[in-house]
Design a protein around this ligand. Structure first.
Ligand code: HPA
Length: 273
């Protein structure tokens, strides 16, 4: 038996012992978006440190725990805090919790993140449902030997963000009278925010927002056969002409302000499954 398969079996067995149900939906809560957890009827919570083979999250604004419970009577597992490549985790470590959630039985994965807007019509605080991504200098988490148990060698990426989900999110947002943009997410490694020239390039190549997470998770989820939906909170604007210093603090504050809207949409989306 290969190491990763064995590790996944151990992690899954451990978690199933703690929470002997099958969550149908996995949720990844991005920077400053951890309070979504308040919507969950929590049944079990476990800090990442206590999960065998899990990496441990370190960044400000990340709580670092797995939450098992229900939203609108549907069983979910949520990651409050995620693992970023820029923290020094390998692409495979970033992928690991996604594989664990799949192994626990999830069918769909909902992802949130904070992102910098490069579409000139965006404002700080906007929500953007992701329709596609561009992976830029991101280490692909599927590099290396492929294990058929985890997915195919050459996964198709023609529709990583499920079109029906995008539509459903737009309909839900409209029903809740929440304005939501849609667009292409440009994935970078960070941890630097982009230079002016980079923000400009990102806009020119056809992206609407840029961020330091999500892409490796989505690739892993598609490999695993999951249905994926993702929403970015636009926390800063990369193409402002004037003074344009971006701080982590400002990103967290903007994410916090947008959180109730994101939470309302995710809650209704889970209810719709
Ligand atoms: N760039 C990259 N990642 C980000 C940004 C940004 O401007 N804002 C939030 N995450």
């Amino acid at each position: 038996m290969t190491n990763i398969i064995q590790q996944l079996q151990e992690t899954t067995a451990f978690l199933q012992q703690i929470y002997p149900h099958h969550p149908e939906t996995g949720i990844v809560l991005g920077s400053g978006l951890g309070n979504f957890a308040a919507q969950i009827e929590v049944e079990k919570e476990i800090p990442y440190e206590e999960v065998p083979h899990f990496p441990v999250s370190t960044v400000d604004g990340h709580h670092g725990r797995l939450i098992f419970g229900q939203i609108a009577g549907k069983r979910i597992v949520a990651m409050a805090g995620r693992f970023h490549f820029y923290e020094g985790y390998s692409a495979e470590q970033v992928a690991y919790p996604i594989r664990v959630m799949r192994s626990l039985g999830i069918k769909q994965l909902l992802i949130s993140n904070a992102a910098g807007g490069v579409n000139p019509s965006f404002k700080v605080g906007d929500l953007m449902v992701i329709t596609d991504h561009i992976s830029f200098a991101i280490v692909n988490p599927l590099l290396g030997p492929n294990y058929a148990e985890l997915g195919p060698r050459f996964p198709d990426m023609s529709e990583p963000y499920n079109k029906e989900m995008v539509q459903r999110i737009k309909t839900i947002a409209s029903g809740l009278k929440i304005d939501i943009k849609e667009g292409v997410y440009f994935g970078v490694t960070g941890p630097t925010f982009e230079t002016r020239a980079e923000y400009k390039m990102i806009h020119l190549v056809g992206a609407d927002a840029v961020g330091m997470s999500t892409v490796q998770e989505v690739i892993t989820a598609i490999h695993a056969g999951l249905t994926v939906a993702a929403i970015s909170v636009i926390t800063d604007l990369g193409i402002r002409e004037e003074e344009n210093v971006i701080t982590h603090q400002e990103v967290l504050e903007a994410a916090k302000a947008a959180e109730p809207r994101l939470t309302a949409i995710f809650t209704e989306l889970v209810r719709s499954f």
